[in-house]
Design a binder for this molecule. Structure first.
Ligand SMILES: C[S@@+](CC[C@H](N)C(=O)[O-])C[C@H]1O[C@@H](n2cnc3c(N)ncnc32)[C@H](O)[C@@H]1O
Length: 207
């Protein structure tokens, strides 16, 4: 396949063309489709939070999967302009600055928290992985605050020196966990997804 010399990466691939044909705003939708096909995290009627939702392909797929009886809320630094099904809405916010008490009041207890958040990459694999870990840890913290016991968590994190640390953090809070790299991830990408199934009941006595 031809390389685009200006970007140093392959020209739009099969999945990018497929996304365009199927009216999803980004090829990343196929990563969530693979996760869903293999691990069945989303159910009809679910309440879902999608962190790092721009341009909206995960949101759209999640909204289609939960159906009209469900609800999907997306959060991103960037405003989502893609037209969404009625059960999907988005907020333009920074995950590090969000008022989580207010969010909990608005959303109520959630069934699933997804995070496909990624930092703007600098080309330095250590810095990029450290910033990805920081975002993933913030997503986990928010997920633990908002998820019902029994709820699920799906989170992108780049493989780097903190990767196993993050897996252990998820393992401690969920009944079961999996590390999953969808085939649709670009071959040269360090991104991987950590899935926590069934959030444990809070073990903090007196909290
Ligand atoms: C790979 S994109 C997500 C693609 C999306 N899942 C989709 O399918 O359309 C990663 C997103 O994470 C967002 N992001 C990065 N840092 C963030 C932060 N601190 N708060 C909220 N969103 C953030 C970026 O703005 C970017 O849009």
């Amino acid at each position: 396949m031809k390389r685009d010399p200006t970007k140093g990466r392959k020209t739009p691939d099969h999945y990018a063309r497929k996304a365009k044909t199927e009216h999803y705003p980004a090829r990343s939708v196929y990563k969530l489709q693979e996760i869903q096909k293999k691990h069945n995290v989303l159910k009809p009627g679910n309440a879902v939070l999608d962190l790092g939702c721009f341009p909206g392909s995960w949101m759209m797929f999640a909204a289609e999967t939960v159906g009209r009886g469900g609800k999907v809320t997306g959060i991103d630094l960037k405003k989502v302009a893609t037209h969404m099904p009625a059960q999907a809405t988005s907020l333009q916010e920074d995950i590090y600055e969000i008022d989580r008490e207010a969010l909990a009041g608005t959303l109520g207890p959630l069934d699933v928290v997804l995070s496909d958040m990624a930092p703007d990459t600098m080309g330095n694999k250590f810095t990029d992985a450290a910033r990805s870990f920081h975002l993933a840890a913030a997503a986990l913290d928010l997920a633990l605050f908002l998820l019902k016991p029994g709820g699920h968590f799906v989170c992108k994190v780049f493989q780097g020196e903190d990767f196993q640390n993050f897996v252990n953090m998820v393992k401690a809070e969920f009944e079961r966990h999996k590390v999953f790299k969808p085939e649709t991830c670009r071959k040269d990408s360090k991104e991987t997804y950590v899935i926590g199934f069934s959030k444990k009941e809070s073990t903090h006595v007196g909290s």
